[in-house]
Design a protein around this ligand. Structure first.
Ligand SMILES: N[C@@H](CCC(=O)N[C@@H](CS)C(=O)NCC(=O)O)C(=O)O
Length: 235
């Protein structure tokens, strides 16, 4: 008799030793990722998916980004948004990647030492707070005031400061932190892609990485990592 009063079921030794059915821990239904190929935040999640060999169904936002129909699915109407196979809806690319890491820990996108794991997360957060939050608004400012405007020039100073902080935060290695692809690379590689691809055309800045030799070297190497090349190549 067990503590709840129900009778303990008897199990044969064969049943206990039998291999688990393949579906245990792996639901058959694919997760869905609302995304856009051009979004650096969706690229971030696609790098993680490809690194882990996970298949999800890619879905376009209904009626486009920010639409009422899309906001009915995800709070801010932004991509990426992941619909888990239990129906949970997850927004925010950094959170989605942390979920994928917890849900499918192998191959890991975090180093093993707690300090290195924290540094990988630090690079993700710094990329968002000190690069994307400063760089992306410049597109609207340049459109409204012109790419040579003082507002763009002073805004880009903030971008340079963010890059200098990232320069001091990454390892001198093929990867941003440690010796393997991590969540830090998922965030930083798309950021540097958007910088090197668009800064000159939109803001007249061709030398953004010149004062950052560690970032420039990193950028020249990280594109060889196949999940990064694949995700960026889809743009
Ligand atoms: N912090 C968000 C940013 C996502 C984001 O800004 N996505 C853009 C595309 S790059 C978007 O969906 N914008 C639509 C809108 O703002 O209405 C994340 O990391 O997922």
């Amino acid at each position: 008799m067990c503590r709840c009063g129900a009778e303990t079921p008897t199990l044969s030794i064969e049943a206990i030793l039998a291999p688990l059915p393949p579906e245990v821990g792996h639901k058959a239904e694919p997760m869905q990722l609302y995304q856009a190929v051009t979004s650096p935040f969706a690229v971030r999640v696609r790098i993680a998916l490809y690194a882990k060999g996970l298949e999800v169904e890619f879905v376009a936002p209904p009626d486009g980004l920010g639409s009422d129909a899309f906001r009915a699915i995800t709070p801010m109407g932004k991509v990426p948004t992941l619909v888990c196979d239990d129906g949970s809806v997850l927004a925010e690319s950094a959170v989605i990647n942390e979920y994928l890491e917890e849900r499918c820990p192998e191959p890991s996108l975090l180093p093993s030492a707690p300090e290195a794991r924290a540094r990988a997360r630090m690079v993700v957060q710094m990329t968002d707070a000190y690069f994307f939050a400063r760089y992306l608004p410049l597109f609207a400012i340049a459109k409204a005031e012109g790419r040579s405007s003082p507002a763009v020039a002073s805004g880009f100073e903030g971008v340079r400061e963010g890059l200098a902080a990232l320069e001091r935060s990454i390892d001198a290695s093929a990867y941003a932190v440690g010796d393997a692809l991590s969540l830090a690379d998922c965030a930083l590689a798309p950021a540097l892609f958007y910088l090197t691809e668009y800064a000159e055309a939109y803001f007249g800045v061709s030398d953004a990485l010149a004062p950052c030799p560690a970032l420039a070297g990193y950028w020249s190497r990280i594109t060889a990592a196949s999940p990064v090349a694949r995700a960026l190549g889809e743009r």
